[in-house]
Design a protein around this ligand. Sequence first.
Ligand code: AMP
Ligand code: GLY
Length: 417
Amino acid sequence: MKVLVVGSGGREHVICWKLKQDPRVTELFCAPGNGGIASIATCVDIKANEIEKLVSYAKEGQFDLVFIAPEDPLALGLADRLEEEGIRAFGPKANAAIIESSKAFSKSLMKKYNVPTAAYEIFDDEQKALAYLETQPMPIVIKCDGLALGKGVIIAQTLDEAKKAVSDMMGDQKFGSAGSTVVIEECMVGPELTILAFSDGNVAVPMISSRDHKRVNDHDEGLNTGGMGAVTPGADMTDELKARIQKEIITPTVEALKAEGRPFKGVIYFGLMLTAQGPKVVEYNCRFGDPEVQAILPLLETSLLDIVDAVIDGKLNEIDIKWKNKCSCVVVMASGGYPESYKKGYEITGIDTCGKLVFQAGTALKDGKIVTNGGRVLCVYDEGDTLDEAIDGAYEGVAKISFQDAHFRHDIGRTLG
Ligand code: AMP
Ligand code: GLY
């Protein structure tokens, strides 16, 4: 089979790594890929949001499967366009990917179908939003409706901070059109948990749970990032908690999307908070989480390609998905300065000799050397019988990799966020 993976991060590296283990995958391409992906797939110089170029490339190259990993091409309708051209694609159509591209849509869906989430109001008028804030208890959460690279969420501790967030988003358009509508919601309290689930439009099967660490510095301090590391399992997953998440959140979401004429085929990301009242949805995404999936896929025993086929063909209930009974950890190494400005082009050493699996993100090949080329540069993976073993193993790998100004957290898996 000839397979094209769309995307360029650590998530796409682990997807390529896992797909490549299936002997049916004889030719693997990635658009645009990165320095690490280049060692296992042919990188193609087309960006993930260049929809028509990707469609033509897949069509002319007679690809058997296109695996769409990031949210942007999904929101832009790449899965729809590929289907129109008769090319098999993994990933939801735009009308289902909207669960990530519009927070206002997903909040309304949750309200209509009784999926537990924070109480909220939606505003497209700045003055009304400001007036509403005056009536609310603090802290409060302000979110851009649209895609803002994980940055369009402000947890305001005071009324002044809340008003500033609304004015930045709606008045000053700090996040462009993503902020012309905002969601203002109740601030929930509790540990966070990520549940990714394969969905074939009818049923959804959760993967093992995971926990992301979003803040840039130790002790959950500093700015929010795309994720500085992840562990699995993400919480003490008792049978009761698993059953509750399936019954109250996963199944109703998949059924709601189906009932709305938006069947979801792909991976649904449930960002959950375990509140005193039970698990509630913080956010939906329409794809694998990064870096959660780098901690999850190495534990998957079943072929990813078999699952992809079952999702596309609506046969998820016919497949038995098997996992290694282990814990895992990934630690992200980032460029100093991330998530704000940082320099690129520093040589990275130790990747091949650190003795651990390394999934690369912001890297490039330059004159035969791997150099930094992005904010999150790579992540180091390890697994173990206990979470402590997995964490210690990942940090042993990190200690052997170096590049100038490398930044990483020292407490991945040891804190709750
Ligand atoms: P989101 O992009 O919606 O996942 O939000 C980013 C982060 O903001 C989440 O991972 C949470 O840590 C936090 N957050 C979002 N919504 C809420 C909420 N309603 N209550 C408390 N924290 C929240
Ligand atoms: N790790 C968070 C995300 O992928 O959205």
